[in-house]
Design a protein around this ligand. Structure first.
Ligand SMILES: CSCCC(=O)C(=O)COP(=O)(O)O
Length: 670
């Protein structure tokens, strides 16, 4: 144990530690007949773990150990070393599905947090080779010319001419086959839910949320950037559209459960080389794996190959840039070949672009930058960083729903230019004949149904976040705020005398996780109500909503709201719409205080009583599968909304009717 390791943790530090470990675990014969014949080198390259290669006359193996901290940061950033168990389980799952694309696992030691696996050191990390390729190519020369160039530095390893398109092909097929074989459609409901549970990876998913989806968009000690980005970063922190887009991508990361993903599939997680004269590509380091949005893996790979292309462009090697972008195109095609004909394909591809955006942005301004750009000269790195930042922003903005069109067009070099426009889930959404429903009262959910989640989680949350502490202190004598504060303390198990700062930290966490906690909603609701009254914020409705609400109201359908947002914020939300005051359309407002939780059937009974109507006379519009189930259980009619780009877009809504827009429904008065 070293000074910094927790009690009981045995860190592999020296070659002797590694050899002894192989001996004690009975693995030595894989390498040599005796310890003295073994040589060990440390080849740690990734951010998270330490890796050694042990070689001897009988062969070689890689030994990977998860330290009790983030490897690249050291003991100051502790993290559970048990994460390697999820990596081992992921390798097992991958071995069952895509064995040719991953290293063979020889041994897993859960107690020592060690994986022993096939030695891939005859291959090279793709990111390293992308960097090497540029360093060895004099300006204006192709890779082939540089390799043959007698003037090349003699110490330099010759630059192999990798076929990046082929790498893209392998990676795209890997993502496609892994995600398809672990999708609900292939596994069936029971096996899929079991996989979701067993592959859950909360700590590393949390790390991704922090480092990729949160910190780069606000002042944070982890962030750093090239000086050329100073003004852009300032603008980013205040860029409402970008924050809205990130909020959407973040909610997809947290909520979409489409299939098993690698979770960290950048160019540092792919190895390439030659075996038997053929190019070989292997994908490794799946410790971030979980069941999530499939577009994540595609987006991370695309982003990092695009970064490599930007770096190549910065040194003037346009042929290399084109070859790197070809890897994006080929990965996309190989992925699509696996998913061809599936209604989810266009969704995955569009979301992938959003994930590419956040990945590029974190490489520009976040904690961990890309060696492709950091290895350039300062002037080249400045120029490349600007291009990286601008491309990231462009990808990000593209995820906004049609009601928030992107502010700029796609860069001419981008492999995304051929990207399709909005598309629909064709198997669940009626397209031609609108659904016809009769009801006495139509009750509306807001987020994801009438209004964009990205707007609420972006604009509204951003408005509330910096105002929470002052609001709690300035309104301490308001009984609603005092009760909300006490409830936060109780729910979060804070000490009874918790400071405002401690309470606010919990509220921030709930907001980051979009927890619809009643005390949070009470406090947010008051802050927003004041913001609406001061005209500092206004509400958002999808383009299809307000005309329909007006028309149904005119035809005698009573309209009400049931939202997690407090009634105190619902009323000004309708009063301050972009289309003027809509409160004349709405007769009743319900929230989790006056009705109860939205995923519980009795809340719908409470609302039915308040409205003086029976369940079958009531109609609920919502995008949330849990709310669909609860309202249906209470005997209500329900229409589920699967709006593209919204958090529950491709969810399973049970037997409910599913539409994509208010235009797909006709409601008449009962
Ligand atoms: C009234 S605007 C704020 C809405 C809000 O805070 C919210 O959480 C919306 O959730 P919903 O139950 O409408 O999905």
């Amino acid at each position: 144990m070293t000074a910094n390791t927790p009690a009981g943790y045995e860190l592999l530090e020296t070659g002797r530690d590694v050899t002894s470990y192989l001996r004690d675990s009975g693995l030595l014969p894989l390498v040599a007949g005796e310890e003295s014949l073994v040589t060990v080198v440390e080849v740690t390259a990734g951010n998270m773990n330490r890796v050694f290669i042990a070689r001897g006359p009988a062969g070689s193996v890689a030994i990977k150990q998860a330290p009790p901290w983030v490897q690249v940061a050291g003991p100051g950033w502790p993290i559970d070393p048990g994460r390697i168990a999820s990596e081992a389980r992921t390798y097992e799952r991958l071995a069952a599905r895509v064995p040719e694309s991953i290293p063979t696992i020889v041994h897993f030691d859960e107690l020592r947090h060690i994986l022993v696996m096939e030695d891939l050191s005859d291959l090279a990390v793709v990111r390293d080779e992308l960097v090497r390729e540029l360093q060895h190519v004099p300006l204006g020369k192709s890779v082939g010319e540089a390799t043959a160039d007698a003037g090349a530095p003699s110490s330099a390893r010759p630059v192999p001419a990798y076929d990046w398109a082929d790498v893209g092909d392998v990676v795209g097929r890997f993502i496609g086959e892994l995600s398809m074989s672990t999708s609900r459609g292939v596994l069936g409901d029971v096996a899929f839910e079991l996989l979701v549970e067993s592959a859950a990876n909360p700590e590393l998913c949390g790390l991704t949320v922090d480092v990729v989806l949160d910190e780069p968009y606000r002042a944070h000690e982890h962030n750093h950037w090239h000086p050329a980005l100073d003004s852009r970063v300032r603008d980013l922190y205040a860029d409402v559209e970008a924050r809205r887009a990130v909020a959407l991508v973040r909610s997809r990361f947290k909520m979409a459960k489409q299939g098993l993903v690698h979770g960290d599939l950048h160019t540092g997680s792919v190895m390439v080389g030659y075996r038997g004269g053929s190019q070989v590509t292997k994908i490794f380091d799946p410790e971030f794996s979980f069941v999530g949005p499939i577009g994540l893996d595609l987006g991370l790979f695309w982003a990092n190959m695009e970064i490599a292309a930007i770096a190549a462009g910065a040194v003037g090697d346009h042929a290399a840039a084109a070859a790197r972008l070809e890897a994006v195109t080929r990965s996309r095609a190989a992925f699509a070949a696996v998913w061809r004909g599936d209604s989810l394909l266009p969704v995955i591809e569009r979301e992938a672009r959003g994930f590419a955006g956040v990945e590029m942005m974190r490489r520009a301004v976040g904690y961990s930058h890309a060696a492709d750009i950091e290895s350039l000269s300062p002037a080249q790195a400045d120029a490349a960083s600007v291009e990286l930042f601008d491309t990231a922003l462009e990808h990000l903005r593209s995820v906004l729903s049609p009601s928030h069109p992107p502010a700029s067009t796609t860069a001419p070099h981008s492999p995304f230019t051929e990207h399709e426009g909005p598309s629909r889930v064709t198997d669940t959404i009626p397209t031609s004949t609108p659904l016809s429903v009769r009801a006495r009262v139509l009750v509306l959910d807001l987020e994801g149904t009438t209004s964009a989640a990205g707007f609420i989680l972006g604009d509204l949350y951003d408005y509330a976040r910096p105002r929470l502490a002052a609001w709690l202190d300035d309104h301490a004598s308001d009984p609603a705020i005092a009760a909300a504060r006490a409830q936060v303390i109780q729910d979060a198990r804070l000490p009874a005398d918790a400071t405002t700062c401690e309470v606010v930290a919990v509220l921030h966490q709930w907001m980051a996780d979009d927890v619809k906690a009643t005390p949070l909603k009470t406090i947010q609701g008051q802050i927003w109500a004041e913001g609406f009254a001061r005209d500092e914020i206004s509400s958002h409705f999808f383009g299809d909503v307000i005309p329909k609400l007006r028309s149904w109201h005119d035809e005698g359908v009573r309209l009400a709201v049931f939202s997690s947002g407090s009634v105190a914020s619902q009323v000004p939300w309708f009063r301050h719409s972009p289309d003027g005051d809509l409160t004349g359309l709405i007769t009743d407002y319900f929230d989790t205080v006056n009705a109860g939780p939205k995923k519980v059937a009795s809340s719908y009974d409470t609302i039915a009583n308040a409205l003086g109507a029976a369940g079958p006379e009531l109609l609920f519009f919502t995008d949330n599968p849990g709310e669909v189930a609860a309202a249906a259980e209470a005997g209500w009619q329900v229409v589920a909304f699967a709006r593209e780009g919204e958090p529950f877009f491709e969810s399973d809504f049970g037997g409910a009717s599913v539409v994509a827009s208010f235009d797909d429904v006709e409601v008449s008065a009962l």
